[in-house]
Design a protein around this ligand. Sequence first.
Ligand SMILES: N[C@@H](CCC(=O)N[C@@H](CS)C(=O)NCC(=O)O)C(=O)O
Length: 215
Amino acid sequence: MADPLRLIGFEHSVYTWAVRFALGEMGHVAAYVEANPFADPPDPVLARYTPLKRVPVLQHGDLLLTETSAILRYLDAISDGASMQPDDPIAAAQMDQIIGIVDADVYPVMVRQVFSPGFYTPVVLGGERDDARVVEGLERAKPALGLLDRIAAEGRQLSGAVLSLADIQLAPMMAYFLRVEAAGEMFKRYPALVAWWQVMGARPALRSTDPMAGY
Ligand SMILES: N[C@@H](CCC(=O)N[C@@H](CS)C(=O)NCC(=O)O)C(=O)O
């Protein structure tokens, strides 16, 4: 029998959500281990799997894999279903481009600088909302949103019709971003992304794994 998959993650982590979304879309089953990367002192459970103090981590036999994009490629490669990595060179390059933008711009700005102070801290943690930080984050999000909208309008990626690893990484972060009302208002300026989100945001595998579903 093949080795079982094990996902080490944190319940509210948006990167962990991306892996859970992928597992659902690809038809994989994985055991789950909860580990808090923000714990102080560091979580000893997480230290057993990675020295990097970040989630997610995927364990498969002897393989211990960090970095969500690597985990998603691996899950795709061992999946029986249709590949989520396009053959067309331009579409494949744009998929990688989007994943790079997700890591460099979407996560630090749209998640950490908009969702965290605008939703997570006040609603989930019961702390103070920081509107000034949200306003600054929304301004900083514009270049990435504009570029993603342009790529979506070209129709090779973020079409909503064919799922790729770019959709898997971007969709959970977009869902977190859109939890902030002012972000939802601003998002209307990006019609190709709005069209993508109408389809992507409704996918059962995304909705059933949403860590914020109860809020
Ligand atoms: N490059 C990593 C980023 C993962 C990441 O930043 N995860 C967050 C949780 S969503 C984390 O563990 N943060 C802990 C920290 O930054 O100290 C990946 O692609 O998996």
